[in-house]
Design a protein around this ligand. Structure first.
Ligand SMILES: [Fe+2]
Length: 250
């Protein structure tokens, strides 16, 4: 009887995003998906939601998930082959989500190639408990190497919720900001939702990511994509995911 109070729903269509550039879909590498069948099924569902390209970004955290090109790229091949077998036609690439810590700084300084996407983007994250003490130094070194850091889910760093100027500072240093779609659903709590909405309203967000790890994330994504209000939020907002369809653009 109170159905008129329900928010308006629509058929999910995330094709305005088109490219996802943050997920843990590659199986068995981190706290994301665990097996290949699940990966193939989720990719099919993301395609149904409107994605045409997925850039998978397993964690690289030296003491927890010591991933590298050697662990990630063979999994990418495995998934690509499974998709061909299932006739799922979607572009899949892989990069990584680097935790900014001393080991990452060492890796940058080693000169070994890093796992990047687009023309010269690299996804980096910090702990949710405290900012990385070497964050600015890492950004500086990455910029000196010709890379643009993409800061993963800035809205989830509660220690910055009352210091939005820091995001402007990161942008001034040549970083892009990537908000998690699930933040807009309230999946990570109200303060994170408010921070994400504020960033979008202030046109501070360059990219959107699913940061998909498991079933609850996929369910949340579908729920968000069914809300009419979600699409309204992006009217007049310049989200750049689609530029990643062409490697040379972003
Ligand atoms: Fe992630």
């Amino acid at each position: 009887m109170f159905s008129f109070l329900k928010p308006a729903t629509v058929t999910p269509d995330l094709s305005f995003i088109g490219v996802d550039m943050h997920s843990h879909l590659l199986p068995g590498l981190d706290d994301g998906l665990k097996n290949l069948d699940e990966t193939v099924q989720y990719i099919g569902e993301l395609q149904q939601l409107g994605y045409t390209k997925l850039i998978c970004t397993p964690h690289i955290i030296s003491d927890m998930y010591p991933n590298s090109a050697e662990t990630i790229l063979p999994k990418l091949d495995l998934v690509r082959n499974a998709l061909i077998e299932k006739n799922i036609n979607i572009t899949i690439e892989a990069a990584a989500e680097y935790m900014v810590d001393i080991d990452m700084e060492r890796e940058i300084k080693s000169g070994r190639p890093l796992l990047t996407f687009g023309r010269n983007l690299i996804l980096i994250e910090m702990s949710y408990i405290a900012p990385s003490p070497n964050m600015e130094r890492v950004i500086f070194h990455l910029r000196m190497s010709g890379l643009h850091p993409v800061i993963a889910h800035p809205e989830r760093y509660a220690y910055y919720h009352h210091n939005f100027e820091i995001y402007e500072r990161f942008a001034d240093m040549g970083c892009y900001l990537q908000v998690n779609l699930l933040s807009l659903l309230g999946y990570y709590g109200k303060p994170v939702k408010i921070a994400a909405e504020k960033m979008i309203k202030n046109n501070m967000v360059d990219l959107l990511g699913t940061d998909l790890h498991h079933e609850k994330h996929l369910a949340g994504l579908k729920e968000l994509a069914s809300k009419k209000d979600f699409y309204k939020m992006f009217e007049g907002v310049n989200i750049r995911n689609k530029a990643l369809l062409l490697k040379s653009v972003l």
